[in-house]
Ligand binder design. Structure first.
Ligand SMILES: Nc1ncnc2c1ncn2[C@@H]1O[C@H](COP(=O)(O)OP(=O)(O)O)[C@@H](O)[C@H]1O
Ligand SMILES: [Mg+2]
Length: 497
């Protein structure tokens, strides 16, 4: 069977990629790893069979626990749930054998024992044949992400078990069984696959497919798992801090849209237990969650309000315990406060357009104090976006300021004398986004070096126009979509053709 041959080839390739990456990783970590292996050999050489058997038992217990964690996620969506199953806690469902029939075991089997084409566009082990591993995109405690070009040239990100990660290291230290540990850690990848399938959203990284190659061949034991994802750029907070407010606002808005979706997802209200900027990437400027293995829809049960505390390093909150005995909105509120402390505080207030400061202050206050739920927070963000796109926040700019400028349509400039401004869309000169010529004129008036500007016709993600400001230029050149504005009072000396 050629398909099977391809799968085996892909599995071998996968093993090869993992091996090459291993070799290229830090030597010190390798030495550390070596030390652990030798410890393992000593233990067996010493013939401590009993200890070995008890460690094996403990590892099998852990493997079962991980499996049980995934099973409730395989339940059909709430939408298809005519029997009111959503009223059950998924935690209790996992022990209820009578519900086995409704679990999506096909999905489970395919994740455990092979690959599948669940949706027409899904990739599998065959898609990885003849792929080219380019570089490492990132790594964490559990996973390693490699930039890969598939045979047809399509770029993807491949997520694998991080053999040098803390998770593997700790497991091998505890159980002295690298193979069993790889299997244990793979459960996090399997959980992520299920979550990525269930939680499809524009702000969740797109799952393109997966390959579960049973290299060892026996019942999924030691089976390596590779998740095929759309490729993103790891979120660089430092870089974001230096970018225009519009781009920083976008990241926050995307995050709020994501949290809004998670609060009423097909799995219930999902919270991210490991909520950090490094769990996100951007794809063409759009924020996407990529690390989902610590996401959970489990509710916290309670008897009184005091059982519902949310603890953060500098703040604690107590939420109400509902009459059904669950902490109301705990998952949602945890997400909101984390968004506030890791994203909004750094990205939102700084350099916000003057027309928005009171709206931004309000968001900072209501999220930082957990006064607003995610619906209200999303509304506040969408309101700002609407104002920003429509330019309504600029109503108090005097319409007359544009009359200080002569406009030449269908023209661009050459021989420019540029000046720098911050935060500019271009390193060379001063390029900012504006709603209209009027806002650009207002900005030009506020820069002492500015004597003219061009509306380039290029747009930002909100649809605002990119305007390029300068001190002077030597020539006007025909340019279909651009408009050049020159200050009347202080026209540059050589502004004629
Ligand atoms: N699709 C992707 N494109 C680019 N980089 C990614 C992608 N997914 C993850 N990464 C990078 O890889 C790192 C590790 O992935 P992650 O899923 O967070 O692993 P872990 O669970 O070990 O933290 C992330 O911090 C991120 O920088
Ligand atoms: Mg991570």
């Amino acid at each position: 069977m050629p398909g099977m041959g391809n799968s085996l080839r892909a599995a071998a390739l996968l093993a090869f990629v993992v091996l090459s990456i291993l070799v290229s990783l830090l030597i010190s970590s390798v030495q550390q790893f070596g030390a652990r292996i030798s410890h393992f050999s000593n233990a067996t050489v010493a013939g401590d069979e009993e200890e070995f058997a008890s460690l094996r038992g403990a590892l099998i217990y852990q493997l079962n626990e991980r499996r049980k964690e995934i099973i409730p996620l395989l339940l059909p969506d709430h939408d298809d749930d005519e029997n009111g199953l959503s009223g059950y806690s998924r935690h209790s469902l996992q022990h209820d054998q009578t519900l086995d029939s409704i679990l999506d075991y096909n999905l489970w089997n395919e994740i455990t024992h092979g690959s599948r084409k669940a949706h027409m566009d899904e990739m599998d082990c065959d898609s990885l044949v003849d792929m080219q591993a380019m570089e490492i995109l990132g790594s964490g405690y559990t996973k390693l992400v490699v930039k890969v070009n598939l045979a047809g040239g399509q770029p993807v990100a491949l997520k694998l078990v991080n053999e040098q990660g803390i998770d593997m290291g700790k497991c091998v230290e505890d159980f002295k069984d690298p193979r069993g540990c790889r299997e244990l850690v793979s459960y996090k990848l399997k959980k992520e696959i299920v979550l990525l399938q269930r939680l499809r959203h524009p702000n969740v990284i797109k799952l393109k497919g997966h390959c579960a190659g049973d290299v060892g061949g026996r019942g999924g034991e030691g089976g390596r798992v590779a998740v095929i994802l759309e490729q993103g750029n790891p979120l660089q907070m430092i870089q974001l801090l230096q970018s225009p407010w519009e781009d920083r606002f976008r990241v926050c808005l995307d995050l709020v849209r994501l949290l809004h979706f998670l609060s009423q997802s097909p799995l219930g209200s999902v919270t991210l237990l490991d909520f950090q900027p490094r769990q996100f990437v951007t794809v063409s400027g759009e924020l996407k969650l990529t690390d989902l293995d610590d996401a959970t829809a489990e509710e916290t049960s309670c008897q009184m309000d005091a059982d519902c505390t949310l603890q953060f390093p500098h703040r604690n909150f107590t939420l109400p315990c509902s009459t059904q005995g669950v902490c109301e909105g705990l998952n949602e509120k945890r997400n909101i406060y984390n968004a506030y402390r890791y994203f909004f505080t750094y990205l939102l207030p700084h350099q916000a357009p003057p027309g928005f400061t009171h709206l931004v202050d309000h968001i900072m206050n209501s999220t930082g104090e957990l006064k607003a739920d995610i619906n209200q927070t999303l509304e506040a963000f969408e309101h700002i976006l609407l104002l920003y796109k429509s330019g309504l926040h600029l109503d108090n700019l005097p319409p007359s300021i544009i009359r200080d400028y002569t406009v030449m349509r269908g023209m661009g400039t050459s021989g420019n004398t540029e000046y720098r401004c911050w935060p500019s869309y271009s390193q060379q000169g001063c390029v900012l986004s504006v709603h209209s010529g009027r806002e650009a004129a207002y900005i030009c008036n506020s820069h002492s070096q500015c004597n003219s500007f061009t509306l380039t016709g290029q747009k930002t993600w909100t649809g605002r126009l990119l305007a390029s400001f300068r001190s002077s230029f030597s020539h006007l050149v025909p340019d279909g979509i651009s408009e050049v504005y020159v200050k009347k009072t202080k026209a540059p000396e050589t502004s004629t053709v």
